[in-house]
Design a protein around this ligand. Structure first.
Ligand SMILES: CC(C)(COP(=O)(O)OP(=O)(O)OC[C@H]1O[C@@H](n2cnc3c(N)ncnc32)[C@H](O)[C@@H]1OP(=O)(O)O)[C@@H](O)C(=O)NCCC(=O)NCCS
Length: 163
C-alpha cells in the first residue's frame, strides 16, 4: 500500500467522500480548500494510496503565518529578533475516520514539517504553528512533540531544527 502526499486536485480527488468525524473539517475540504488554493490563501495536501488515487485518506492545509516571541516558551526564544517570527501554519489537518490510529496523522504532520524545511531554503521559517480544534486534537499535537503557546493552550508550535 504505497502512500503519497500530493497537492489537492479537485478533478482527481473525491472531496465529498471524505469524513473525519469533525463536520467543519469535512466542509473545509469540500467547499473552501480548492478556492483557497487558487487564491493563494492556503495549499491543501492530500494523503492517497497509489492503488485508489481518488480516495482521500487525510489532508492538511498550510499557509504562511507569524508568531510573537512572547508566545514561545523561554528556551525557544534564544537568539530570536524582537519582531514577529516567520512560521508556517497548519490551518487544518484531518484523517478519514476509518483510517485514524494508523499513523496517518503523524505522516501528515511530518509532511508539513518537510514543506516548512523546504520553504526555508527560499525564505525564513522558524516554526510550524497549529490551532487545535479541541482538546483531543491538542493531545495529538502534544503527543507529536508540539509545545503550547504561552497565552493559549490550543495554539501549539514546533520549532524547526537548524537548516
Ligand atoms: C487527530 C487526528 C488528526 C490524529 O490522526 P491519527 O492518524 O488518528 O493519529 P496517528 O495514528 O498518526 O497518531 C500519532 C501519535 O499521536 C497519538 N495520538 C493520536 N491521537 C491522539 C489523541 N487524541 N490524544 C493523544 N494522543 C493521540 C498516537 O497515539 C500516536 O502516538 P505514538 O506514535 O506514540 O503511538 C485524527 O484522529 C483526526 O483527524 N481526528 C478528527 C479531526 C481532528 O480533530 N483534527 C485535528 C484538527 S486541529
Amino acid at each position: 500500500m504505497p502512500l503519497r502526499l500530493v497537492r489537492l486536485d479537485a478533478r482527481l480527488h473525491d472531496r465529498n467522500g471524505f469524513t473525519c468525524g469533525e463536520p467543519a473539517l469535512d466542509a473545509y475540504l469540500r467547499h473552501q480548500a480548492g478556492q483557497h488554493q487558487r487564491d493563494g490563501i492556503a495549499t491543501t495536501h492530500v494523503l492517497i494510496d497509489d492503488s485508489a488515487t481518488s480516495r482521500i485518506l487525510g489532508y492538511c492545509s498550510l499557509a504562511a503565518a507569524q508568531a510573537n516571541i512572547e508566545d514561545l516558551q523561554p528556551t525557544d526564544r534564544k537568539r530570536l529578533p524582537a519582531y514577529p517570527v516567520p512560521a508556517v501554519r497548519i490551518g487544518r489537518l484531518a484523517v478519514a475516520i476509518d483510517g485514524q490510529g494508523n499513523g496517518y496523522g503523524a505522516l501528515l504532520l511530518g509532511h508539513a514539517m518537510n514543506c516548512a524545511m523546504q520553504l526555508r531554503t527560499q525564505l525564513g521559517v522558524k516554526l510550524v504553528l497549529v490551532d487545535a480544534l479541541n482538546e483531543r486534537a491538542a493531545r495529538f499535537y502534544r503527543a507529536c512533540g508540539f509545545r503550547e503557546v504561552a497565552a493559549n493552550a490550543m495554539t501549539l508550535y514546533l520549532p524547526l531544527g537548524k537548516g
